[in-house]
Every structure is written in structure tokens, then in C-alpha cells.
Design a protein around this ligand. Structure first.
Ligand code: NAP
Ligand code: 8YV
Length: 307
């Protein structure tokens, strides 16, 4: 039986499928030389120290599509296959992005409070909100989820523009410069990977370009947005609104951000429905079982695709 190191929690369904095939070890008690497989998630990943200590590691299966907490280049160099869970969460995360955008435009939290606090009864009506129809929506990172967001926004008849490192084979307008795109946008939706190449790319300049009537939506990683600059821009009116599912130091969200009325804040729940989390869990386990059976996997990360 191959030895599997479990980093982070797994569901009972996942455990029930793994137990007949793997000897599962918890992080507090295992012999590093025994471990051939690791199961982890996008948040915890595998630290460089743990990866270096596992001399006989063959495969890492990560729950979630983002894998910046795993050094996939080093894994590939050592012949270790890293897998993740792309595609099965596209629609769910896209829904979260649209939900945040609409909640910002239509002031859903403010109006909910109007009813709950009795302000509606006292004031008679709530102030008007903004229409989300016919907006210019910039998508930062037009990959699997970015394209799902563009499709899901269609009923609001947006003009879609996008920025990525390379243009895609799509009908939307490509910008090779993020600030230049932000000048044209009413809304900027971030859905790139995290990690060093996107660290702080949504900076004060991009926020100023988006402007006082602009809305920033982040469903990618907290690291993509310069959080102190965001707090400043939202506080002084340089930027209008922000809808955020992800933060720089989760689960800690700065009090200044929590105090701002022009934000909608979610606890990293982009993919967090029962159905989608089950699909992610199933793919995480499928990759492990297939590797144990014949050494192949279903969804390797690009760095490991050739292994
Ligand atoms: P994907 O298909 O790989 O798409 C990523 C996109 O980002 C591509 O268009 C890529 O295009 C672009 N990109 C990569 N590096 C960039 C850079 N330095 N500057 C500008 N654009 C860059 O990935 P996906 O499946 O859509 O997932 C995207 C990310 O969403 C994940 O990695 C994860 O961080 C995040 N996510 C969040 C949640 C949540 O719960 N909030 C859930 C799932 C995923 P180029 O290669 O041309 O640059
Ligand atoms: C998960 C995510 O919540 O897939 C991702 O990249 O951010 C989310 O779907 C997370 O990865 C689970 O650890």
C-alpha cells in the first residue's frame, strides 16, 4: 500500500475512497522516507521544507485550481507530478464574481440593512443605486474562469475587454497594458493565478485609472491587489467600490477594509458550494487513485504536464 501524507482536512467521501488504496498519515506523525504521495489544498500547499524532506515523493494532488503554494518547477525537476482541480469550479467562481459585481452596483448590503434596521420604515425609501447594464468590464486573466465570467455576464450586455500576458483567440478586445485597460473600464474583475508574477499588479495607478465611479472585483488571490493602496483608494474616493472574495492575509481582513461602506466582503467562498466542492474532492482523489494504479494522472499542472 503506498503511503499518503494528508496536509489539511479532507471530506469523509474522499477518505472513504482513499483508505482502501493508501495508508493515510497525518502531518504530526509520519516517516518522511515512506511517503510517496501527498494530498493537500491550494491554501496550504506543500512547504519547501516538507517537499525537500520527502525523498521518495512521486505525486502531489492539490484540492483547488490555484497551486502557488507548491513549487511546481522544483517538483517537475525532481520528477514529482503535481495535480490540481481545474474546470470543475469555473461556473461557481464565475457566479461569485458576478454576484459581487451586482452586489456592489445595486448596493445590496446597504439596502438589506435598510430593511433590517428599520431605516426603510423611518425614511420611506432608500437612495437609488447604479445600473449594471451595458458596462465596460475588464477581465484581468482571461483563462478558464475568466472566460466563464465573460459568458455569465452576457445578460447584462457588457463590452468585455481583457488583459493577460498573451492575447487569446476570442472576440474581446485585448490590452497589453493593465492601466490603459483600467482607464476604459467601469469594472475590473481579477481572476489570474497568485504568486510572484501577479504580486500587487493591481496597484494604486490601476485603481486611480479605474476611478471614483469604478468597481474592483477580486476573486483571484489577495496578493494580486495592493491591499494598503486599495484601502486608501476606497477611503479617499479615488476608487468607488470593491467586491472581494480574497485577501492578502486570510483569514485576517484589515479593520479599515471591514469598516468601509463601499465594499462587499466574502470569506474566500468562490467555489464553496456543496456540489462544486464535491466535484473538486472527487477530482483530487481520482488523480491519486489513477496514479496509484498506472502512474498517470488526469489534471497535471502545466509545469508537470510532460512527466
Ligand atoms: P487559468 O485558466 O490558468 O487562467 C489564468 C489566466 O491568467 C490566463 O488568462 C493567463 O493568461 C492569465 N495570467 C497568468 N499570469 C498572468 C500575469 N502575470 N499577468 C496577467 N495575466 C496573467 O486559471 P483559472 O482556472 O481561470 O484560475 C485562475 C485563478 O483563479 C487560480 O489560479 C486561482 O488563484 C483563482 N481562483 C480563486 C478561487 C476563489 O475561491 N476565489 C477559486 C478558483 C480559482 P496568460 O498566460 O496569457 O498571462
Ligand atoms: C479553494 C481556490 O477554496 O481553487 C482555488 O484556487 O481558491 C478555491 O477553490 C481553495 O483552493 C481550497 O484550498
Amino acid at each position: 500500500m503506498p503511503d499518503l501524507l494528508q496536509i489539511g482536512p479532507i471530506s469523509e467521501e474522499m477518505r472513504a475512497r482513499l483508505e482502501p488504496v493508501f495508508a493515510i498519515h497525518q502531518t504530526k506523525r509520519y516517516t518522511p522516507d515512506d511517503i510517496t504521495h501527498v494530498i493537500t489544498n491550494g491554501n496550504l500547499g506543500v512547504t519547501p521544507k516538507i517537499m525537500a524532506s520527502l525523498k521518495n515523493l512521486k505525486m502531489i494532488s492539490s484540492y483547488g485550481v490555484g497551486y502557488e503554494a507548491i513549487d511546481a518547477v522544483e517538483a517537475a525537476r525532481r520528477g514529482i507530478i503535481v495535480t490540481h482541480t481545474p474546470d470543475v469550479l469555473n461556473e461557481e467562481v464565475a457566479t461569485t464574481a458576478v454576484l459581487l459585481m451586482l452586489a456592489c452596483y445595486r448596493e445590496m448590503l446597504r439596502d438589506d440593512a435598510y430593511v433590517r434596521t428599520g431605516k426603510w420604515a423611518r425614511m420611506g425609501s432608500a437612495p437609488l443605486t447604479r445600473s449594471a447594464e451595458n458596462q465596460t468590464v475588464g477581465i484581468l486573466g482571461l483563462g478558464r474562469i475568466g472566460q466563464a465570467i465573460a459568458h455569465k455576464l452576457a445578460p447584462w450586455q457588457p463590452r468585455i475587454v481583457y488583459h493577460a500576458r498573451n492575447p487569446k483567440d476570442v472576440a474581446y478586445t485585448y490590452f497589453d497594458n493593465l492601466t490603459a485597460m483600467a482607464f476604459e473600464c467601469d469594472v475590473l474583475i481579477c481572476i489570474t493565478p497568485g504568486g510572484s508574477s501577479t504580486q500587487g499588479i493591481v496597484n494604486a495607478e490601476v485603481m486611480a485609472a479605474l476611478g471614483p465611479q469604478g468597481t474592483l472585483i477580486n476573486v483571484s488571490r489577495g496578493s494580486v491587489v495592493d491591499e494598503p493602496a486599495l484601502i486608501k483608494a476606497l477611503s479617499n474616493g479615488t476608487l468607488g467600490w470593491a467586491g472581494l472574495d480574497v485577501f492578502a492575509h486570510e483569514p485576517d481582513v484589515p479593520q479599515a477594509l471591514r469598516d468601509l461602506p463601499n465594499t462587499v466582503l466574502l470569506p474566500h467562498v468562490g467555489s464553496a458550494t456543496v456540489e462544486t466542492r464535491a466535484a473538486m474532492g472527487a477530482l483530487t482523489v481520482d488523480n491519486l487513485l489513477q496514479h496509484a494504479e498506472n502512474g498517470t494522472v488526469i489534471s497535471p499542472v502545466p509545469e508537470c504536464a510532460g512527466l
